[in-house]
Ligand binder design. Structure first.
Ligand code: SF4
Ligand code: SF4
Length: 376
């Protein structure tokens, strides 16, 4: 795989496809073999965490015999995600303790990256960056030679991220969510790249959603010359010039093969990207005549959770993600599903999108509930 700059700040280079350690095989030897298989296939950056079960410990074993020198090793933690002791705080003392534990678990003397895990709000960011907070603790560990660089992972709002990106001179990399079905973070990714921050993308196939059969997305894949939907998903992300690399959770050799093969294909050209963007934009809830989730139609006198049912309908009809739609429908509380609808149409008078809600409930009851017990 052709290497890319991991942002100007780091001066490092990485391949376009790398590995995440959240879904490793349960069997330790299988996991070790898989990690080495991925490194031999060209993956270089490793994203793990103190909160991914035994992941750090397994990487520690896999990176012996010369593999450590071939990778960029990154782990992360935050007390708001995982509290290991009652006195854990988002402060320098706790983060130092966590770094030292991770070094022991990973069986290395130095981490290439230690990241603040999942900044989800301004409160988290302020806790991390206040004096004697997590970032100060990580910077002290960098000074002491235990860590080389830092950054953060996030699910915060794009607006907040734009502020952090402007301020965070300590940050070399950010791990974002971004894929065909969730392009919300594109402006933040662009802003980070402009600041010289490396941009890493988690869940490139939408947590498996884009790995399932979808006639709608397969049609798009074929139009732009991709072999299948996962290839389309990975190449779409890597065709964004502001993106450095994708981080794929690996469970089996096929995950490595599929991701590397897609990353080795050329990026989509401007014409192909225009075609993809037009296809996706025509299927947003607003433009496609789907429910926007505004909840103005609630409450339903029968207790139907209209926006939740409509979201399942959207996934099935706009994206052809029938399996996911059925699974999500099955998770809606029994009395709140479309079967409870009596077609009174009170909701339709309040719907901001003028949707035929009663008809849609009938469709969901027939297509999503009926299929609920079929194999998924
Ligand atoms: S039409 Fe159905 S979903 Fe709408 S308010 Fe009446 S019972 Fe509820
Ligand atoms: S009012 Fe219409 S668009 Fe809004 S949540 Fe209800 S069904 Fe969806």
């Amino acid at each position: 795989m052709e290497l890319r700059d991991l942002g100007r700040r780091s001066g490092l280079r990485v391949p376009p496809a790398n590995m995440g350690g959240m879904r490793l095989p349960r069997d330790t030897q299988d996991a070790i073999d898989l990690i080495r298989y991925a490194i031999d296939a060209g993956m270089r950056y490793i994203d793990t965490s103190r909160g991914y079960g035994e992941s750090e410990w397994i990487f520690g074993k896999a990176l012996r015999d010369g593999y450590r020198e071939r990778v960029i090793l990154s782990t992360k933690s935050s007390p708001w995600i995982i509290k290991l002791r009652p006195d854990d705080q988002p402060d320098a003392t706790t983060v130092r303790r966590r770094i030292e534990e991770s070094l022991r678990r990973l069986d290395v003397e130095c981490l290439d990256y230690y990241q603040v895990w999942n900044i989800e709000s301004r409160e988290h960011y302020e806790q991390a960056t206040r004096p004697n907070g997590m970032v100060d603790g990580i910077l002290k560990a960098i000074e002491d030679g235990l860590v080389r660089r830092t950054g953060f992972t996030t699910h915060d709002s794009v607006e907040n991220l734009q502020d952090y990106i402007r301020e965070a001179d300590w940050c070399d990399i950010i791990l974002f969510t971004y894929n065909l079905l969730n392009r919300e973070y594109a402006p933040a990714i662009e802003a980070a790249a402009k600041q010289g921050i490396g941009t890493l993308i988690m869940n490139p196939v939408g947590g498996g959603r884009l790995a399932q059969d979808s006639p709608v997305l397969l049609d798009l894949a074929r139009k732009v010359g991709a072999a299948d939907v996962p290839e389309l998903a990975i190449r779409y992300i890597l065709s964004n010039p502001a993106v450095t690399t994708v981080i794929s959770g690996i469970s089996k050799p096929a995950d490595v093969d599929r991701t590397v093969a897609a990353a080795e294909k050329p990026c989509f050209d401007a014409e192909q990207m225009r075609e993809i963007e037009a296809f996706l934009s025509a299927r947003t809830p607003e433009s496609g005549g789907f429910c926007t989730g505004c909840e103005y139609c609630l409450p339903c006198p029968q207790g139907v959770d209209i926006p939740a049912v409509m979201k399942c309908i959207y996934n099935a009809r706009a994206w052809g993600l029938h399996r996911q739609a059925r699974r999500e429908y099955g998770k809606i509380e029994a009395g709140k599903r479309a079967e409870a609808c009596t077609a009174c149409r009170l909701c339709e008078a309040k719907c901001t999108q003028n949707l035929p809600i009663a008809e849609e409930m009938k469709w969901a009851a027939a297509h999503l509930a009926e299929a609920e017990n079929q194999p998924r």
